[in-house]
Design a protein around this ligand. Structure first.
Ligand code: ADP
Length: 425
């Protein structure tokens, strides 16, 4: 199998978003957790998204890890590699977008790299090199106060130039509107003047499609899920990839007992739990006992084993904002969160040991803890349960097929847990 597209994402949720976007655009896509082992067995796929956690680490480390990911992807035949960054260009003057781009450009041998974080469907557009979040420039958006990467300059040509050793130019919207050949001519002109990267304006999906088709002339590009969409559409339009709907991919049903875990305390999840109480067995953990000892997780597993034969179960740590605040006041926010995440991971591990092969997890951090604990190397992205939440089929696991759904707290409709299990057969 030869990959049509390889992607390196600088954080896990961004990787999921990209993998889901590629899948919706017709590419069969696997998302891996970290750089996979050399011998990872993959199903027939068009794209692999390697998820790193490299957005806010030291720049040298981000470069080393991104290069290792690139090497793996090129080894699987990827002719084009997309370095996936946040659509709000989260970074500082010390990196990590510039240093990683510079290193990957050197490895790829490209004279010039197209860069755009635009993703119009989520309100991220770029005009004259300036990034807008909805109707306001980046430096007037809430991102200006981001705790790790405060963004005080909306002009990405300047922002990227401060992080990079190469000269950064602009492909403006007027050039994009004249089509792919005009963009190619502009890039050739910039490269001739010694520019090594160009921020590309994009306001509409058609701009991303133009950028995508030009990007495929090169070996490397940098951007958010929007450029991923443009590249995927260009791959399909040029017949380099045959489009697949996720439901067309033949996979054997997994079956067996199903379980759900809720660690998110978001309003949406609390409402979804209340709905689930009407159709499945639900256990509410005692959060105080969950933090102070191991027995709560053990008892939850005994309870699950009694109920799994009769239908799906839901185990919940979530509680109301008042209760969460009280618990955090007693134990500290991070300590409380971490202890509960680990208890949920203990429970997930125990459930899988008891034969559960269909697992739904509500909560971003909670999902991360569960996936780490289950040591799942990657997922084939399947049909969407709700916007942004696909069914995931584990790849490279030794103990048989397994389906997961991992959702951020606020995602999904009121019947999310039942909706998920209906698609996870
Ligand atoms: P979301 O996607 O809604 O942000 P996360 O799983 O990312 O959900 O974050 C929820 C955090 O709250 C986790 O760290 C989790 O362990 C913690 N948590 C879960 N239940 C409780 C509770 N009852 N009290 C305090 N914190 C909790």
């Amino acid at each position: 199998m030869t990959l049509a597209l390889g992607c390196i994402a600088d954080d896990y949720t961004g990787a999921s978003d990209l993998a889901n976007t590629l899948t919706r655009s017709g590419l069969r896509t696997v998302q891996t957790i970290g750089v996979p082992a050399g011998d990872l067995k993959l199903p027939e796929v068009d794209a692999v998204v390697v998820s790193l956690k490299s957005r806010s680490i030291e720049a040298g480390l981000a470069v080393t890890r991104s290069r290792a990911a690139e090497k793996w992807l090129r080894g699987r035949g990827a002719g084009h590699v997309l370095f996936k960054i946040c659509s709000t260009f989260d970074s500082t003057d010390a990196g990590n977008i510039g240093p990683v781009m510079d290193a990957l450009r050197q490895d790829s041998g490209d004279a010039i790299v197209l860069v755009t974080p635009a993703f119009p469907e989520t309100g991220r557009t770029v005009y004259q090199g300036n990034l807008f979040v909805g109707s306001v420039p980046l430096n007037e958006s809430p991102l200006k106060d981001h705790p790790l990467n405060p963004m005080h300059d909306s002009n990405l040509v300047r922002v990227l130039a401060r992080q990079s050793r190469i000269k950064v130019g602009l492909v403006d919207l007027a050039t994009l509107a004249r089509g792919a050949d005009a963009v190619r001519a502009r890039l050739a002109d910039l490269a001739g003047q010694g520019f090594g990267a160009a921020i590309a304006d994009a306001v509409f999906d058609r701009d991303l499609e133009t950028i995508g088709s030009v990007a495929l002339d090169h070996r490397l590009s940098v951007g958010a899920s929007g450029i991923g969409l443009g590249i995927a559409r260009a791959l399909v339009a040029s017949a380099r990839v045959k489009s697949h709907a996720p439901s067309d991919i033949p996979e054997a049903p997994v079956g067996g007992p199903a379980a759900c875990l809720a660690g998110s305390c978001s309003q949406a999840t609390l409402q979804q739990i209340a709905k689930a109480e009407q159709v499945m067995a639900v256990l509410h953990l005692d959060s105080e006992k969950t933090i102070t000892g191991k027995t709560e997780a053990q008892q939850a597993l005994s309870w699950a084993n009694e109920h799994l034969g009769q239908g799906p179960v839901l185990i919940v740590s979530s509680s109301t904002p008042d209760q969460v605040a009280a618990l955090q006041a007693r134990h500290g926010r991070d300590a409380a969160g971490h202890a509960i995440e680990q208890a949920m991971a203990d429970i997930a591990e125990g459930l899988v040991r008891s034969g559960v092969r269909r697992l739904v997890v509500a909560g971003g951090e909670t999902s991360g803890a569960v996936v780490d604990r289950l040591k799942i190397p990657g997922f084939l992205v399947g049909p969407e349960i709700a916007a942004g939440v696909p069914v995931l089929r584990a790849v490279g696991v030794s103990n048989g097929a397994m389906l997961l759904a991992l959702k951020s707290g606020n995602f999904g409709g009121p019947e999310f847990f039942s909706d998920a299990l209906k698609l996870m057969r």
